[in-house]
Structures are given as structure tokens and as C-alpha cells.
Design a protein around this ligand. Structure first.
Ligand code: DAT
Ligand code: MG
Length: 149
């Protein structure tokens, strides 16, 4: 079972889109195993985006992600990483397909609403960056056999 870290970024929280974002992942069939409302520290943001540390947009990215509260979710499911990325849509919202979160609700790369892990390994690492072991719940849903074959 794959894991992916989803963040409703500050613009999503400010715009009242938290429920809309959660609804789409729930409807897709992904299982929530952790969730919290928090404001990210610069330290955590820099760790989360460490791969982009040398990019010219890095400081703006850290400013943005730490500028207001976020909702962070750990989701679990078969093909969770790729499925969540597809539900989120392309990084540049003006290129994101209609029907995706970014394609339906965003216009600019620096205000693209949602983060999702980009690989199975990063899904595990990012969930562990944001959640202690005792903040994750191991559970199954009665509907799981109708979603996971
Ligand atoms: P994604 O969020 O789709 O995984 P990413 O990991 O390549 O995209 O980049 C992380 C975030 O950094 C992205 O959501 C928005 C910002 N970003 C990426 N490329 C950028 C660029 N060329 N200019 C400004 N911001 C950028
Ligand atoms: Mg990324």
C-alpha cells in the first residue's frame, strides 16, 4: 500500500477550499491515515522543499508555504502517489487539465493550492517528515474491498 503526503497550501486554506480538496481524495478512494492543521516553520518548509534549494524561486516558495496555516494529510492506497498527482493536476495550473484540483481552482504556479508526493519513496519520507508514528492511524474501512481489489 503506497503512502502520499498531501498539503492544502495556504491559498487553499485562505480560500476555503479545504473541504473541496479532501472531498476529491476521499471520493477517489484514498484512505486518510493522518491529518493536521498547522503553520509550517521555515525549518520544516526548507526540509520539505530541500530538492529545490538551489532554484531561484526557493525563497518565495518557502515564504508562501509558511505564510498562513496549511492542512497536511497522509493518504494511503494502491497507486496512491500517481493517483493523487493526477487528481492534483500539472504543476502549472494554467496547463492543468480541467477536472483536476489545480485545473479547476488555480491560475499561477506560485499559488497552486495543493502538494502531493512525487514518488513512492518520497511519499514515505514526506509522511515521516510531517507525522510522528503515533499520529498515524492504521485502520481499514468496510468499503476497502470495493476499492482495493
Ligand atoms: P509539484 O508541486 O507539482 O510537485 P515541483 O515539485 O516541481 O512541483 O515544485 C514544487 C513547487 O515549487 C511547485 O508546486 C511550485 C513551485 N515551483 C516549481 N517550479 C517553479 C518555477 N519554475 N517557478 C516558480 N515556482 C515554481
Ligand atoms: Mg513536487
Amino acid at each position: 500500500m503506497e503512502r502520499t503526503l498531501i498539503i492544502v497550501k495556504p491559498d487553499g486554506v485562505q480560500r476555503g477550499l479545504v473541504g473541496e480538496v479532501i472531498k476529491r481524495f476521499e471520493a477517489r478512494g484514498l484512505r486518510i491515515i493522518g491529518m493536521k492543521f498547522m503553520q509550517m516553520s521555515r525549518e520544516l518548509a526548507m526540509k520539505h522543499y530541500a530538492i529545490h534549494a538551489e532554484r531561484p524561486f526557493f525563497n518565495a516558495l518557502v515564504d508562501y508555504i509558511t505564510s498562513a496555516p496549511v492542512v497536511v494529510m497522509a493518504l494511503e492506497g494502491t497507486n496512491a502517489v500517481a493517483a493523487a498527482r493526477q487528481t492534483i493536476g500539472a504543476t502549472k495550473p494554467h496547463e492543468a487539465a480541467a477536472g483536476t484540483i489545480r485545473g479547476d481552482f488555480a491560475l499561477e504556479i506560485g499559488r497552486n493550492l495543493v502538494h502531493g508526493s512525487d514518488s513512492v519513496e518520497n511519499g514515505i519520507a514526506e509522511v515521516n517528515n510531517f507525522f510522528a508514528a503515533d499520529e498515524l492511524v492504521s485502520w481499514s474501512r468496510n468499503v476497502d474491498p470495493w476499492i482495493f481489489e
